[in-house]
Design a protein around this ligand. Sequence first.
Ligand code: C2E
Ligand code: CA
Ligand code: CA
Ligand code: CA
Length: 286
Amino acid sequence: AKKLGKNNYQFFTPEMNNSAQKYLKLEKHLRRALEQDEFVLHYQPQVDAKTGMIIGMEALIRWMSPELGMVSPADFIPLAEDTGLIVPIGAWVLKMACSQARFWQQNGFPVRVAVNLSSRQFHQVQNQQQSRHPLLDAVLNALDEADLPPELLELEITEGILMQQLDATMDILNTLKNIGVRLSIDDFGTGYSSLSYLKRFPIDILKIDKSFVNDITTDPSDKAIVAAITAMAQQLKLEVVAEGVETLAQLEFLRELQCNFVQGYYFSKPVSSDKVMSVHQQGIFA
Ligand code: C2E
Ligand code: CA
Ligand code: CA
Ligand code: CA
């Protein structure tokens, strides 16, 4: 579905009309999807680059719509953000991911679960009846209900989130950090945040965007960028995850650059929770 600008509805051309209709149809179905239980989470392993051990799982949402088929998050997350539906969807993701991680922990597989957050979740307004920010509420409820140690939850935020509503965002992140939740910056290097943010915000992990990993073996500037990010991270005592690792050659470059963790199709695509235990039983990716 095409994303339409907020004020563009008056300028209909036949073509736009068509995509506007598609957009409205998508929105109508999306509104019902939560009630009708059409979302699932898939999980992609994050692997220690040295030992090949799985240390975490990133939760990635999928929408199985009976009317529309399987809709990619790239297509419905922007719509969920525009409509605000990302707030209840995001709360559902936190709940599911925490209860899944608790299940793994109880079954001898104590790995972190990483959950993606949208800026809309940070920008909810806290009303007077609420004793804490709605996002903190969603995180703490999810941890409580699942009885999951906060150290096993990681929240992925983008650089953009760090640029908006600075004080409120800082308060939320500090609270999460004090609780023991781990914080990572997703798609690192693609946003517009200044590096001084790394000092000011309580970040634990940088996730190097897959666009840099893609050509790491052939493009000297991509290699230099990844080397610089990992060197800086080491100095700042941050961990680094490289995402989008598809080949052994890329993995070897990343190992050489002292990147701590790796994630990508080379190890596993995102898989359903049923398949995770069998991936685990296969042991390490050496
Ligand atoms: P992301 O957080 O950057 O997630 C990584 C995306 O790269 C995922 O796409 C994943 O399947 C894909 N990927 C993983 N390894 C490889 C690889 O080796 N090569 C390539 N080419 N791709 C790889 P996916 O699952 O389609 O998710 C797309 C985006 O949708 C995510 O990007 C994230 O921004 C968003 N998203 C997914 N789930 C959620 C969610 O629960 N909440 C929010 N707010 N956003 C989500
Ligand atoms: Ca992510
Ligand atoms: Ca990413
Ligand atoms: Ca991304």
